[in-house]
Write a protein that binds this ligand. Structure first.
Ligand code: ZN
Length: 208
C-alpha cells in the first residue's frame, strides 16, 4: 500500500469547512475526488494524493455522532453518476462536532467505509479497493469575549491542519483536519479486515 501524504486544494478545503459549519452539531459527509501526482512542497518533490474536488452528499441522514446514507437509492445514483462522469473518487470526508470522537476514526467509521468500498466495487469502481482516504474534520463552536479575525495554521509537529474561523465578531469555529488511509490488511474467513493509518495533510496555500 502506497500511503501517500495528501494535498488539499484551496477550493476543496473551503468547501469541506463550510459544509461542516453549515450542519454544525450534526455530522457532514461527502466524497473526495482526486489523483496521484508529484508536487513541490517546501522545496521538496513529493508524491502526493491531490484532492481536486469535494462533493458534500445532500441526501445523508445527519445525526449527532453518526452519519449514514439516509437514502440508499440516492447514494446509488450518486455513485453511478460519479462513474459516468469519469470522476476519480478516492475516498470521503466527514465531520466530528464537539464533543464526539475527537480526531480519530471510530470503529463505526471504518465499518461505514468498508461498506462504501463494497458498494463502489459492485458498480466497477475498484480504484479504492487498495486504499480509501478519509478526511476527518473535528469542529468546535466557540464564543469569544473579544472580537477577532480568522486564523489558519498548520501544526508542524503533527500531521494535521488547524484553523480558527470567525464567522461573527465573537463567534468562531476551532477546526482540526486529519487524514487517514483505510486499507485492507488481511482476509480472515473470506472477510477483509481493514486497518487505519494516519497521513499528513498539506495545504501550503494557507500561508499565501
Ligand atoms: Zn467519524
Amino acid at each position: 500500500m502506497d500511503f501517500r501524504d495528501v494535498f488539499i486544494g484551496k477550493r476543496s478545503f473551503k468547501t469541506m469547512i463550510a459544509s461542516a459549519i453549515e450542519v454544525y452539531s450534526r455530522e457532514t459527509n461527502g466524497a473526495l475526488l482526486g489523483r496521484n501526482t508529484t508536487m513541490n512542497i517546501d522545496g521538496v518533490k513529493k508524491k502526493v494524493l491531490s484532492v481536486k474536488n469535494v462533493y458534500p452528499i445532500q441526501t445523508e441522514k445527519r445525526k449527532r455522532s453518526e452519519v449514514s446514507h439516509g437514502n440508499i437509492a440516492a447514494f446509488g445514483r450518486f455513485l453511478r453518476a460519479m462513474r459516468s462522469l469519469k470522476t476519480n473518487m478516492v475516498g470521503g470526508f466527514h465531520s466530528h462536532p464537539h464533543p464526539y470522537e475527537g480526531n480519530k476514526l471510530s470503529m463505526g467509521d471504518v465499518e461505514f467505509i468498508r461498506d462504501e468500498i463494497k458498494a463502489m466495487s459492485k458498480i466497477g469502481q475498484r480504484g479504492i479497493e487498495k486504499g480509501w482516504l478519509e478526511i476527518v474534520i473535528s469542529i468546535r463552536r466557540k464564543n469569544y469575549k473579544r472580537s477577532g479575525i480568522s486564523k489558519w495554521y498548520t501544526c508542524s509537529y503533527v500531521k494535521k491542519v488547524r484553523c480558527k474561523i470567525r464567522t461573527q465578531k465573537r463567534v468562531g469555529y476551532d477546526i482540526i483536519v486529519s487524514a487517514y488511509w483505510v486499507y485492507p490488511e488481511k482476509t480472515v474467513k473470506k472477510k477483509v479486515q481493514y486497518s487505519v493509518k494516519e497521513t499528513a495533510v498539506y495545504v501550503p496555500w494557507i500561508v499565501e
